[in-house]
Design a protein around this ligand. Structure first.
Ligand SMILES: [Zn+2]
Length: 60
């Protein structure tokens, strides 16, 4: 497994359980309940490159 951007092999495999960006954006528009928007679109299995920070989805 290589990073498609920089070719590094320092790859982290993980599951995106919660999107802080979505939660923060949601809370700005909808208050506390909007924070739950962070759970929308979660559970994506992703790889992340530790060298350049590039994140890409796992194709299954
Ligand atoms: Zn990289």
């Amino acid at each position: 497994m290589y990073c498609p951007k920089c070719g590094s092999q320092d790859i982290v495999y993980g599951e995106r359980g919660f999107s802080w960006r979505n939660g923060i954006i949601g809370s700005l528009f909808f208050g506390d309940h909007g924070f739950l928007a962070g759970f929308l679109g979660s559970r994506d299995i992703v790889y992340e490159c530790e060298d350049c920070g590039y994140v890409w989805k796992v194709e299954e």
